[in-house]
Ligand binder design. Sequence first.
Ligand code: SAJ
Length: 427
Amino acid sequence: MKITVVGLGYIGLPTAAMLAESGHEVVGYDVDKRLIATLASGRADFAEHGVREIAQRALASGRLHPSPMPYPAEAFVICVPTPTIDHRPDLRAVESAFASVGPLVQEGNLVILESTVPPGTTAAVAKKTFLPLGIDLDGIHLAHCPERVLPGKIVEELLWNDRIVGGRRTIDAEMARTVYATFARGEIHVTDLVTAETVKIVENAYRDVNIAFANELAVLSEALGIDAWEAIRLANCHPRVDILSPGPGVGGHCIPVDPQFLADANPFASELIQTARRVNERMPHLVVRLARNLVPTGGTRRKVALLGAAYKPDVDDARETPALAIERLLSDAGYDVVAYDPLVTNYGGNVVADLEAAARDADLLILVTDHAVIRDLDPERVGRLVRSRLLLDTRNAMDLDRWNAAGFDVHVVGRGLARGASLAGAA
Ligand code: SAJ
């Protein structure tokens, strides 16, 4: 097939590459002209290794054509971001992606939206785009096939995850199924448009609620005097319990955003979802409270070094990262804050890739992101840089024995027992 993919980000690019590798002729269109120029030179500057490789292979094959404008095709696959502004979904990128392909769409063509959207969006935007152009929706095929891959495992999950394909009509879904069947090895489930839209945000809301539960246990650990990590590990031995892990807060461009799309449908009927959001949004405040207890400002300026700025390990993505909230809260409280993250360049806060610059003379280290390079830090080396050997680990990621052996006093968020004991100065 001739396929035009609109939006060459972390989903569009590998999807375009997979389609090209499966034998389709693919035009990849993006509004970012610099990105198109880079891709046209055969390079894909993508931090995730697998994505870079598959994209470069597809570009070299000559079947993936980066383009600064969309081209007519038999199928259009739209993969553009849907952020929120003040907790409201911002659909401008989806609308303009539809508008950009609208004039090219011919009778019998297939239009697939992959972007995560509030239920009802695919049909509404399609009507708004195509009806004024004189295109009857019955004359084309319209589908929503949400991307559901995990950053860090994109290529593997694009290949092996099950796909949900929602069609305006069954025939539309079946058409879309044939496109994905050319590369997806997981099962392809066919449903209607609104159900497919809902399934995607339900998955992320479920994860948000589950993480909030783990975070609440971490907060409760102080009052209970227990180690929440141990309690969760043991509870998860039960065959029907699977609690996620506490942490400094929930970042990324999906999980903190998507539950709002559900809550928006009826704010009065979505209390659990909204409360979970608040619990997760409060975690940076808890981290900062613990940090301030460990190192009160007391007249002199204190330096805090954050270990990691990305929203999760081993990605270069810092969107909605809790590190930024932690940095801002600490700065407002009068601390000097710098984050060490060799993967993140675009952060919005004060980040450096040089460990020495970050850790030198620090009064406190806070582990925010458990990148492999951070877990593997040598505590002896770090110990020689800092002013106080004090570490607050928000993810229970560091090897306690090694850091203790190097003279570090280590506090773990959620380990109420250990922290309570040392903070209060009494067992
Ligand atoms: N986190 C915790 N505790 C956990 C798991 C995660 O605090 O036990 C935090 C992470 O540190 C991170 C945030 O949650 O800050 C989100 O990370 P994640 O790895 O759970 O998810 P994302 O945002 O990278 O990807 C999610 C995935 N959704 C689900 O797993 C249900 C992915 O499959 C989706 O495709 C993606 O959102 C998306 O695009 O919507």
